[in-house]
Design a protein around this ligand. Structure first.
Ligand code: ADP
Ligand code: MG
Length: 402
C-alpha cells in the first residue's frame, strides 16, 4: 500500500483552534455499563494527547457492538465517555443525538468544549452501508480527519473510508492516527522486505476464513507452521483418522492442494493432545498423529510438534503469528499455544521481529504474559489478516498519500 500521511506530520500550529474529527475504535467489552477491558481506550490516548496538546478541538466517532442501525441503549458509548474523561482528566462532552444535522448544531453549541464524542456511529443505519450523505454530514464537523480505528480499516463504512473521502471532497486532509501508523509500520512496511528466514505460524478454528492468507504466505515465507483446528483438515488430507475433531470437510481437497503447493515450506503437526470432550475437567492424552481413533478430539499440538515448531521459530529472523495452536481457553489444552507464545517472545529478545495478528492470538500472548516482549501485537484481527493476505484496506486507501 502507498504510504499515508500521519497526524504527527501536521504542523502543530495549524492544529491550534481547529476542529479535528477522530475515528477511534472504542468497541470495548461492556458488562452492565461497566467496561471490563479499556485497552482500546488507552491505545487511543497518544493521538488524542497530541491533538489536544496542540490546542485542537477533538470530535470523536466510534462504533460499539452491532446495534443494527437503531438506538440500542445497552450499546451507548456513555461508559466510554466516562472512562475516557477520567483517563485524560478532562471533561468529555457527549452528543447523544444521532441525527447528523442535530449533531452538527450540538457540536456548535458546545464550541467552548475541547473534547466531544458522538454517540455510537452504528446507531445510524448508514454507517455500515457507507452512506455518502451521512459521511458528508459528519464531514461538516471538522477541518481534518484522523483515522485511528485500525480494527475497522478492512471495511468501508461511512465513519471510516466514507468520512475520509467526504473530507477530501471538501478540500480537507484525511490522515492516519498514531495507532494506525504503528500498525502499518509493522504489518505492512516491515513485512515487505523482512529479515529472513521468515516464518508464519497459523492456527485457529477454520481454514476457510484464512485461505487467502495461507496462499499469500506460501508464496512469501520460508516456513509455514500450521496448528489449531486448521491442522485437523490437513491431517484428513494426509489420510489420517481425526476422530471427532473439528474438521472442515469442504476444505479437505483444498488442504491437499496446499500440501502439494507448499511442500518446501509447510510444517504440519506430528502429534497431538486429545480429549474426549472440550471441557476443563476432561482427561487428556498425547497421541502420534497416526494413532488418533474414533471418539478422540484433537485439542492441542503435542510435545514433539511443540519442540519442532519452537526450533523453527528459534531459527527465524521474522515471525508472523495468527491463530492459537489449540483450545487455549482451557488450561489443560493451552500448552502448545503458550509455548509458541514464549518461543516468539524469546526470538524477539534475541532481536527477531515477532508480529501477532488476530484477536484470540493477541489474547493468548497476553495470557502467556509475553505481550510486552513481542515486537507488535496488532489490535485488528480481520484487518491484520487482510494485510497478511496482501489485500488493501479501504479505511487506509482513502487517506491522503504522503
Ligand atoms: P484469531 O482470533 O487469533 O484469528 P481464530 O478466531 O481463527 O484466531 O481461532 C481461535 C479459536 O480457535 C479459539 O477459540 C480456539 O479455541 C479455537 N481452536 C484452536 N484449536 C482448536 C482445536 N484443535 N479444536 C477446536 N477449536 C480450536
Ligand atoms: Mg478470533
Amino acid at each position: 500500500m502507498r504510504l499515508k500521511k500521519t497526524v504527527s506530520e501536521i504542523e502543530p500550529s495549524w492544529l491550534t483552534g481547529r476542529s479535528v474529527l477522530v475515528r477511534a475504535d472504542y468497541n470495548v467489552p461492556v458488562k452492565d455499563r461497566y467496561i471490563t477491558d479499556d485497552r482500546r481506550i488507552q491505545l487511543s490516548l497518544p493521538t488524542l494527547e497530541l491533538l489536544l496538546g496542540a490546542g485542537a478541538k477533538v470530535i470523536l466517532l466510534s462504533h460499539l457492538g452491532r446495534p443494527g442501525g437503531r438506538v440500542v441503549p445497552e450499546l451507548s458509548l456513555a461508559p466510554v465517555v466516562d472512562r475516557l474523561g477520567s483517563l485524560l482528566g478532562m471533561p468529555v462532552e457527549f452528543i447523544t443525538d444521532t441525527d447528523p444535522s442535530k449533531q452538527v448544531s450540538a457540536a456548535q453549541e458546545a464550541s467552548s468544549e475541547q473534547l466531544l464524542m458522538l454517540e455510537n456511529t452504528r446507531f445510524n443505519e448508514g454507517d455500515l452501508t457507507n452512506d455518502s450523505e451521512l459521511a458528508m454530514a459528519w464531514a461538516r464537523l471538522g477541518e481534518l480527519f484522523v483515522n485511528d480505528a485500525f480494527g475497522t480499516t478492512h471495511r468501508a463504512h461511512a465513519s471510516t473510508s466514507g468520512l475520509a473521502q467526504a473530507m477530501v471532497a471538501r478540500g480537507h486532509e484525511a490522515v492516519s492516527g498514531l495507532l494506525v501508523a504503528r500498525e502499518l509500520r509493522f504489518l505492512d512496511e516491515a513485512l515487505r522486505t523482512p529479515d529472513r528466514p521468515l516464518t508464519a505460524v497459523l492456527g485457529g478454528a477454520k481454514i476457510s476464513g484464512k485461505i487467502d492468507v495461507i496462499d499469500a504466505f506460501l508464496s512469501q515465507v520460508d516456513r509455514l507452521l500450521v496448528g489449531g483446528a486448521m491442522a485437523n483438515t490437513f491431517m484428513r488430507a494426509l489420510g489420517f483418522e481425526t476422530g471427532s475433531s473439528l474438521v472442515e470437510e469442504n476444505s479437505v481437497e483444498l488442504a491437499a492442494e496446499l500440501i502439494k503447493k507448499g511442500a518446501d515450506q509447510l510444517v504440519l503437526p506430528v502429534d497431538f493432545v486429545v480429549a474426549k470432550e472440550i471441557k476443563a475437567q476432561a482427561d487428556t492424552r498425547v497421541l502420534d498423529r497416526s494413532k488418533i481413533s474414533m471418539g478422540d478430539r484433537i485439542v492441542d499440538i503435542g510435545p514433539k510438534t511443540r519442540a519442532h515448531f519452537t526450533e523453527v521459530i528459534e531459527w527465524s529472523k521474522s515471525i508472523v503469528w495468527n491463530g492459537p495452536m489449540g483450545v487455549f481457553e482451557i488450561e489443560s489444552f493451552s500448552k502448545g499455544t503458550i509455548e509458541i507464545a514464549h518461543a516468539v517472545a524469546d526470538a524477539c529478545d534475541r532481536g527477531s521481529l515477532g508480529i501477532i495478528g488476530g484477536g484470540d492470538s493477541g489474547a493468548a500472548v497476553e495470557k502467556a504474559g509475553v505481550a510486552s516482549r513481542v515486537t507488535h501485537v496488532s489490535t485488528g484481527g480481520g484487518a491484520s489478516l487482510k494485510l497478511f493476505s496482501g489485500a488493501t484496506l479501504p479505511g487506509i486507501e482513502s487517506l491522503t498519500n504522503r
